[in-house]
Structures are given as C-alpha cells and as structure tokens.
Design a binder for this molecule. Structure first.
Ligand SMILES: [Zn+2]
Length: 217
C-alpha cells in the first residue's frame, strides 16, 4: 500500500460509521506491520481500519468502548497494520523548541543543568551558537538548548568569547525518535514505542507527556 493511501485511510472522518465511542478523546497508536510506530490516530479511524481488516488490535481499553446497534467492543489503543506500509523519511522537520529541547535532553548545553534544576525565573531557551545578527541560522547544527541565564550571559557572542563551552558539536537528530519522545502517549502505547526505538525514547513511567511550555528567545 503506498504511503498516500495510508494517509487517506487515516485522514477522512468516518461519519458514515454506524458506531460511536462512549468516551471522547481516546486515541490509538498505529503500528506498521513491522511493529514500527507510525502515528497516533483517532479511535474512530482505528476502528475503521480494524473493521476493514486492514489492521489488527494489539491492545484495547476495556474501560472504553465503541458500539454499533448490536455489539459493544473495547476501544483499541494499539493497532497493527496487516500489510507493511512504506513510509518515506523525506520530510525534514524544522527546528522547533519542542524538538530542540528533546534532542538536548531538556538540559542547558552550557551549564548542563536539567530543566528541573532551574531556579524560579529561569527557563529553557534556544541559543544560536553563531548569533543570527552575525550571520547564524536556525539549522540544527547552529542551535542548542540554553537556560535563560546562560543565554543572557552569552548575548551576542560566540561561546568561547563568553567563556562558555559546548560538550559536543550539535547534530541533526533522528526525527522519528524525537517525534515519539514528545508525543503524548499512554503507558501501554509507550511500551510499544520503546520496544521499537529503545528505552531512551519515551521516559519510563510517564508516557511521552512532556510539557512544551518553555519559552524561546
Ligand atoms: Zn545554563
């Protein structure tokens, strides 16, 4: 099945479905046939895929259900596509603070403090290693996570000019892993994401429910 077909399957609302979900706001993790996590889909779309025999249910939520006229089924929370779908990795994601902070482990790259260690009025920011005013750009190689204090101290200078050091040259991250690191998923869904991408991708015990409230400078 080509990629476009997959997205058209996931895309349209299933208004003609003769089902309704008893509790709103439930979403389902869709895995490729290879068990690679693909996307979070609304439950109605997941149900549609299952009813069309395009996906099988791996995990369901017994406390939530969808109904037709005669039957009541538990809501799927993890499904697996029956046929493998090729998903091109062609789209590159822009540097957003959400992904930047995730790449850098939610820690200032200059003082190494984690966001949990910041003081009351401090927050994580985006620092341009070569400042924009001096020709720097917004590429992954030129931006790092910095606490507001280090960012202010650095100002319009290069790190070495400000007496700051970076632990490593920043690189473009693996976006697929980053996407799953910042998604809001349930612990059961997180289990399947870790199985595929490794233990580091989603924090243990929390799902991927990172906050994205940090500010940018
Ligand atoms: Zn800092």
């Amino acid at each position: 099945m080509p990629c476009l077909a997959l997205f058209s399957l996931m895309g349209p609302a299933c208004a003609r479905l003769g089902f309704f979900i008893e509790e709103a706001g439930v979403s389902c993790l869709a895995l490729n046939a290879s068990y690679e996590p693909l996307m979070i889909v609304p439950s109605r779309r997941a149900i549609r895929l299952v009813l069309d025999r395009k996906a099988e249910v791996l995990e369901e939520d017994a406390h939530r259900a969808f109904r037709s006229v005669r039957v009541r089924h538990p809501c799927p929370v993890v499904i697996r596509l029956v046929r493998y779908v090729h998903v091109p990795r062609r789209f590159r994601r822009q540097v957003t603070n959400t992904f930047l902070f995730a790449r850098d482990g939610y820690a200032c790259q200059y003082c190494q403090r984690h966001k949990r260690q910041l003081k009351n009025r401090e927050f994580l920011t985006r620092d341009h290693i070569l400042p924009i005013s001096r020709g720097g750009d917004n590429t992954w190689q030129n931006v790092v996570t910095a606490c507001s204090t280090c960012n202010h101290r650095k100002g319009n200078r290069l790190p070495r000019e400000a007496g700051l050091r970076l632990p490593a040259r920043p690189v473009e991250p693996n976006h697929v892993e980053l996407v799953w690191a910042v998604r809001r998923v349930t612990p059961i869904q997180a289990k399947y994401i870790r199985m595929f991408f490794g233990e580091d991708v989603v924090p243990v015990g929390t799902g991927g429910s990172f906050s994205t409230e940090w500010k940018s400078t």
